[in-house]
Design a binder for this molecule. Structure first.
Ligand SMILES: Cc1ncc(C[n+]2csc(CCOP(=O)(O)OP(=O)(O)O)c2C)c(N)n1
Ligand SMILES: [Mg+2]
Length: 795
């Protein structure tokens, strides 16, 4: 049955069109089943025998007929409307379906000529699926036309919106599984429509696929009463079109009608906004497709119902190789699609099957939008001299590093006003992260109501703020994967919310880099600036520097972590990451006023090295090896290290102290483990092989040990960092509580330089006393000791 709410007659498919669509759908279904089961005899030219069957049956049948149906009908609409389209396949575990369609339309064979569009190629297509040395069972980077890995569910719709932003001509269809719709990120994603500008952005057409089931359970949305589901989707701002049924011809008609209507409405909303300046937020159409899970597959297996139940999720006939009954059922099932009508004697799809398929780059598997590197243009970055802060002497003047960066980002926004290929995303803190200069060039995207008291909201804004780290991440991923640039600024602690999402993106990049046909895309850049040491308003809940640890577990060829200690090093780092490709870059940098240590030229050289000696800060004279190395990474640890170096200079002037600053954490890794890793000889000359190294690090200290454990001097490496001592307190108390403060660092030096403990007992005592003084002072005055708060580098 078709639902009464789908206007009948909106699309009158002719009998020929209907037959062609159905042929395409049957062909795709046949190919999906073939991929799951067969390693030989692809066209069933002989009766199926056990040796034709793969020894391990893997893959997901249940979702595949629905994906095939949607793909078939998207072909039709793309061809009829001559409009660029991309599809995000949320239930991408239905890899066989998307592969089948790509093979049918020819995209697959053009990308992988060995899998030709004929009998031999069909055999290869079948055998390679989920087979050692073959292709994954899910939609993956290897899949032509894809920007979305069919693995971890939840991100389909946010990716779809990311792809649509600033692509005004693009239609992004997005199939959402009813199981996926239960995830938090997907639930938040419905709100993306409030950020989609009908003038400058493309359209997203969600297709909610209510096949009723997940792996082992019914789905929430499929079991809601109709009016409740309708109210929910309308509440999200959509105008749902319903297509329901299990009789193919009726469903084809209804789906074609619904798609025609949806695209008509999208066209009209865009026309009104673009030609007439209509600024009311459109109630964008969406499609609710209710068809059986595992539709057209075996109805019953071993006496149990399968089609239209959760049992259809993966492989409905598990025993085909050994169970003649299952083998017979499989053959009947495959022959039910009438393959002899769909493929010619050479195994090529017939003209009727291909009738709905568009040409060339219009094909969903060939669209350049899904190979975004092809569309990528370099960012017009301003000269850093325009933004650098003047540094007459290190450690005297102060700047808020991110505010300085904000000026650079504003220039990038201004320079991309025409081409619109740069966005900044964040969960509600662009201004508080001191990046407010951006609003001199663009506003914050917003399509909902705007009140006179609001600031910087704009329908065409390219700063995007939404209180969902999942949406920020997903939008940006979709944006980057379709050929643009961006930056995600976030609280450091809450970046963990997207740990799992960034895992997936890193996997995507790792795999893509090995595919000759995928062009490099812009890197995903994080700016973590409300960091662990300066949560003055917040406290313990906001103190967690572990995102960096998470990132550094991942593929070394993809991940980069930078801790620029001041404004000019932040500028140089940002310039570098915004030019880079195919990486995930994490920059941790302060937004609070901090000392400027390096001139722009020095900053450039230091960042290029990634780690280096600050000669002016130490007391080496070059005549002998240093007695101790003070190393630091991160703005606050750098400050404490510099203060410790100053104390040592004053109290122990005969001590030869070397100060090393690390910007690029991966330099600490062995050269063989990471492309940025230092060769041992370089590491040894920087940190020495046998002198104590007191390393003040921004995050959890064990990370530095992990990175450096193979170095000759590791036994002498003593790392201070965050050890989960957090609360709402003064900035200096945070470092004292975690033993990262200047006084503790001096005590560490006294304790670790051989022979110094006895000679410098008075210095050690003075440092301990200073910590006690600090303890008492802050409890009385609520601020840090004047000697700390007013400290400057004396040189
Ligand atoms: C975040 C996440 N949790 C769990 C899974 C395991 N999983 C794979 S498929 C699936 C069911 C998906 O159901 P639905 O979205 O309705 O897709 P369909 O019915 O079309 O297969 C689940 C739970 C997953 N892939 N991702
Ligand atoms: Mg489902």
């Amino acid at each position: 049955m078709t639902d009464a709410r789908t206007p009948s007659g909106a699309c009158a498919l002719s009998g020929t069109e209907l037959a062609a669509l159905d042929a395409h759908w049957r062909a795709a279904n046949y190919l999906a089943v073939g991929q799951i089961y067969l390693m030989a005899n692809p066209l069933l030219e002989e009766p199926l025998a056990p040796e034709h069957i793969k020894p391990r049956l893997l893959g997901h049948w249940g979702t595949s007929p629905g994906l095939n149906l949607v793909h078939t009908h998207l072909n039709r609409i793309v061809k009829a409307r001559n409009r660029p389209a991309l599809c995000v396949w949320g239930p991408g575990h239905g890899g066989p379906a998307v592969l089948a369609n790509s093979w049918l339309e020819g995209s697959y064979s053009e990308t992988y000529p060995d899998v030709s569009r004929d009998r031999a190629g069909m055999g290869a297509l079948f055998k390679q699926f989920s087979f050692p040395g073959g292709v994954p069972s899910h939609v993956a980077p290897e899949t032509p036309g894809s920007i979305h890995e069919g693995g971890e569910l939840g991100y389909a719709l946010t990716h779809a919106y990311g792809a649509a932003f600033d692509h005004p001509d693009l239609l992004v269809a997005c199939v959402i599984g009813d199981g996926e719709a239960e995830t938090g990120p997907l639930a938040a994603s419905w709100h993306s429509g409030k950020f989609l500008d009908p003038v400058h952005d493309g359209a997203v057409l969600p297709v909610l696929h209510l096949n009723g089931y997940k792996i082992a359970n019914p789905t929430v949305l499929a079991r809601l009463p109709e009016d409740e589901l309708d109210a929910l989707l309308r509440g999200y701002g959509h105008d749902p079109l319903y297509v329901e049924g299990d009789e193919p011809a009726a469903v084809h008609r209804a789906l074609a009608a619904a798609l025609d209507l949806a695209v008509d409405r999208i066209d009209e909303y865009q026309r009104a906004a673009r030609a007439e300046g209509v600024s009311t937020r459109p109630r964008w159409p969406m499609i609710v497709l209710r068809t059986p899970k595992g539709w057209t597959g075996p109805e019953d297996v071993d006496g149990l119902p399968v089609e239209n139940t959760w049992r259809a999720h993966q492989v409905p006939l598990p025993g085909v190789r050994d169970n003649p009954d299952h083998l017979r059922l499989l053959e009947e099932w495959m022959r039910s699609y009438r393959p002899q009508e769909l493929f010619d004697s050479e195994g090529r799809p017939t003209a009727k099957v291909l009738d709905c398929v568009p040409e060339g780059a219009a094909r969903l598997g060939s669209t350049p939008y899904a190979n975004g590197g092809l569309l990528l243009r370099d960012l017009p970055l301003p000269p850093l001299e325009d933004h650098a802060v003047r540094v007459d002497a290190p450690g005297t003047a102060m700047h808020e590093p991110t505010r300085v960066l904000g000026g650079l980002l504003r220039d990038v926004m201004t320079a991309t006003a025409g081409r619109r290929n740069f966005r900044v995303v964040g969960p509600d803190e662009t201004e508080s992260n001191r990046l407010g200069a951006l609003y001199g060039a663009t506003g914050k995207a917003w399509q909902a109501e705007i009140l006179p008291t609001d600031e910087h909201l704009a329908r065409d804004g390219r700063v995007m703020e939404v209180l969902s780290e999942h949406l920020c991440q997903g939008w940006l991923e979709g944006y980057l994967l379709t050929g643009r640039h961006g930056l995600f600024s976030s609280y450091e602690a809450f970046a963990h919310i997207v740990d799992s999402m960034v895992n997936q993106h890193i996997k995507w990049l790792r795999t893509s880099r090995r595919l000759h046909w995928r062009a490099p895309i812009a890197s995903l850049n994080y700016l973590l600036t409300s960091h662990v040491w300066r949560q003055d308003h917040n406290g313990f809940s906001h103190q967690d520097p572990g995102f960096v640890d998470h990132i550094l577990n991942k593929s070394p060829e993809v991940v980069r972590v930078y801790l620029p200690p001041d404004a000019n090093t932040l500028l140089s780092t940002a310039d570098h990451v915004l030019r880079s490709r195919d990486y995930v870059n994490v920059i941790v940098a302060g937004k609070q006023p901090g000392f400027d240590w390096l001139t722009l030229d020095e900053a450039r050289a230091h960042c290029a090295r990634g780690a280096g000696v600050w000669e002016w800060a130490g007391t080496e004279d070059g005549s002998r090896e240093p007695d101790v190395v003070l190393a630091c990474a991160g703005d606050v640890p750098t400050l404490e290290t510099m203060a410790a170096a100053g104390l040592l200079r004053r109290h122990l002037p005969e001590l030869a102290v070397r100060v090393v600053n690390v910007v690029d954490m991966t330099r600490l890794l062995p050269h063989e483990e990471h492309p940025h890793g230092m060769p041992d000889a370089e590491y040894d000359s920087l940190f020495t092989r046998d002198k104590p190294v007191i390393f003040a690090y921004h995050g959890y200290p064990w990370l530095v040990h992990r990175l450096a454990y193979r170095r000759a001097g590791h036994a002498h490496l003593h790392v201070r960092g965050y050890k989960e001592e957090g609360t709402t307190t003064t900035p200096f108390d945070m470092v004292v509580r975690n033993d990262l403060d200047r006084y503790r660092l001096v005590m560490d030096v006294v304790d670790r330089v051989p022979g110094l403990g006895v000679r410098a007992v008075a210095v050690r005592q003075a440092m301990a006393d200073a910590r006690t003084r600090h303890h008492d002072w802050i409890r009385e005055h609520g601020t840090d000791l004047p000697e700390v708060a007013d400290w400057t580098w004396e040189g």
